[in-house]
Design a protein around this ligand. Sequence first.
Ligand SMILES: [Zn+2]
Length: 117
Amino acid sequence: MDAAEPNDGGGGRDAAGRVPPDRCRPAAVGELPAWLEPHRPLKPLWVCAGCGDPWPCAVARLLLRARHETDRVRLYVLLTGVFAQAARDLYTLNPYDTPRPHALFARFVDWSDPRFR
Ligand SMILES: [Zn+2]
């Protein structure tokens, strides 16, 4: 992993433990990093392009968790934006059979809760 890669959704810090200025810039809401390939969501269905499981699949969760090991709050914020996009897409496509909001939140965000390691 390249800790200096700008705006990649990772948690890289410099040798003094500071977040480099280019990393302070927030990613666009819900923007997912390219290193998730091929385990990226197929929108608007939100299934994994790599394995077909509901996204985030197990591999995507492992990749996201590993990449954000030093900055779990950043992962939580990233996934909160993704959750908003997914909720909009899924409820627009199928407002009656899409899981309730708390279940969608658990699927997209809560598994990454930064308070638990
Ligand atoms: Zn997958």
